[in-house]
Write a protein that binds this ligand. Structure first.
Ligand code: AMP
Ligand code: ZN
Length: 488
């Protein structure tokens, strides 16, 4: 670029202060990010995947802004109970018992499924996957350091006393004894918000996953895991901690309390005492029935979208159309519209796909890139950024190499793959389809001949046959898609 514009300053919304703040890295030139990962006792639903599309878009934006990114995502394979209020079973042990497998097998299976979904969504690999069970000795060391001053022991385990740190629950804003998950479920807790750091295996029982500790044989608490993995891999404080908005209520306030205790108990008026400078949360994906949840048995997985003939990247685009802090309602119509938008982008980008990218000097392209930078730097304005990508893709009478470079720069942030996706990648065969693609093409060719010969009865009959086989015939489709297989 000739007269390169000053890059827009990056501002991000900090849930701790509920305000937009400039991004100022703890270590100059670096960005260290920790994202709470899944509990691998089940498949992830597409709402969960929104959390990783958000974290990935944040990471890509930090890379675009020139920071050396170190992103950590954890895998919770022990310690997460069926209730956030320290009650119920360990989710992993419960799934193992239900499926007649070991907890380790359950973890391996659902971790692989999760990673495949990430791959489908073009979510980049983190610098490291931290697996909770690999960090148990460090968790015990962390707990030992805060045990005497901040914890107390009950028959059921070691508990964190939330009254020992300043500003407990500030992140959640409305922590009351009546608040969500604050039900007194454990005998002897001093405050209902106190939480388990270590859970002892009940006398006479054995767990598949248990370790010796100064507080008896047992397993770590879920909140402790993230504090320890974040500290171990990124140091403390690090730059950004992410998660879904539900984590703003219990999991992250508890992580923060532990971190404060570990770091000498400073007030949260200084965000660094919380362990991270910024705490960022994505809002929920909902469906018409409300929040998605796994407890109902059936839930929407990315696999189902694929089975119904939708590219997973249409779902990524659907996420990017909304701001990460807004609720997003899922609908099949919305997904269909996102797929059409993606097809249009891929078709427009195809004209420069084979070109060599060159430096951008064209004023119009440079302007678009500048606006794109401003949109993403304004707390990840993906909705506006998408329209700018479309504008660049549609630009006519412009140097192909420069156009390619502009699209590549924008797509590196949005992660849709518009320069590499083929049309065939977007034509996913629904699982329920019975007719083969070459049969469709052959029937359409015969229909074309019939129409050329003005044999409209034959042409209509062929069309009806195709419709009966689940094929939508799209005569004159502006995107050049002559047919589409419908899922039933
Ligand atoms: P979990 O495995 O329950 O810890 O969830 C994994 C991630 O998904 C966490 O960051 C959650 O906050 C997030 N999450 C859960 N449900 C939704 C939803 N419906 N929409 C967006 N994010 C969600
Ligand atoms: Zn976490």
């Amino acid at each position: 670029m000739t007269d390169a514009p000053a890059p827009a300053p990056l501002r991000l919304f900090n849930s701790l202060t509920r305000s937009l703040e400039p991004f100022q890295p703890v270590h100059p030139g670096e960005a260290r990010v920790y994202s709470c990962g899944p509990t691998v006792y089940n498949y992830q639903h597409i709402g969960n995947m929104r959390a990783y599309v958000f974290a990935d878009t944040l990471g890509r934006t930090l890379s675009f802004k020139g920071y050396a990114l170190r992103h950590i995502i954890n895998i919770t394979d022990v310690g997460h109970l069926t209730s956030d209020a320290d009650a119920g079973d360990d989710k992993m042990e419960k799934a193992a018992a239900q499926q007649g497998k070991t907890a380790w097998d359950i973890a391996a299976f659902y971790t692989a499924e999760f990673k495949r979904d990430l791959d489908w969504l073009n979510v980049r690999d983190p610098a490291k996957w931290t697996v909770a069970t690999d960090y148990v000795p460090r968790m015990i060391e962390f707990a030992k350091r805060i045990a005497d001053t901040h914890c107390y022991e009950l028959d059921s385990g070691l508990y964190f006393d939330v009254s020992t740190v300043a500003d407990y629950g500030r992140l959640a804003r409305a922590v009351t004894d009546e608040g969500e998950g604050r039900i007194e479920e454990v005998d002897g807790k001093r405050h209902s918000a106190d939480f388990a750091i270590w859970r002892k295996t009940p006398a006479g029982e054995t767990r598949q996953m248990e370790w010796d500790s100064p507080w008896g044989r047992g397993a770590p608490g879920w909140h402790l895991e993230c504090s320890v993995m974040g500290e171990a891999e990124l140091g403390m404080p690090f730059d950004i901690h992410t998660g879904g908005i539900d984590h703003r209520e219990i999991h992250h306030p508890n992580e923060i309390a532990q971190n404060q205790a570990y770091r000498g108990c400073g007030s949260l008026d200084c965000a660094e005492h919380s362990g991270a400078r910024l705490w960022m949360h994505n809002n929920f994906l909902i469906d018409r029935g409300g929040k998605m949840s796994k407890s109902t048995g059936e839930f929407l997985r990315l696999q189902l979208l694929v089975d119904r003939g939708y590219s997973p990247l249409a779902y990524r685009l659907m996420c990017l159309q909304a701001h990460y802090r807004s609720e997003l309602e899922f609908s099949w119509e919305g997904l269909g519209a996102a797929l059409t938008r993606l097809k249009r982008l891929v078709m427009a980008a195809a004209t420069v796909r084979e070109t060599e990218g060159t430096a951008v000097t064209d004023r119009r392209l440079a302007d678009l890139l500048e606006k794109f930078d401003a949109a993403m730097s304004d707390d990840l304005g993906t909705a506006v950024a998408l329209t700018l990508l479309e504008e660049a893709a549609a630009m006519k009478k412009v140097d192909a190499g420069q156009k390619r470079a502009t699209l590549a720069a924008m797509d590196a942030v949005l992660g849709l793959g518009v320069l590499t996706l083929e049309r065939t990648d977007l034509r996913i065969r629904p699982k329920s389809a019975t007719i083969a693609e070459d049969e469709i093409e052959a029937a359409l060719a015969r229909r074309k001949e019939a129409r050329a010969a003005k044999d409209f009865a034959a042409s209509d009959a062929l069309r009806d046959e195709l419709i009966a086989a689940g094929v939508e015939v799209m005569d004159g489709d502006p995107l050049g898609w002559d047919w589409r297989l419908e899922a039933n």
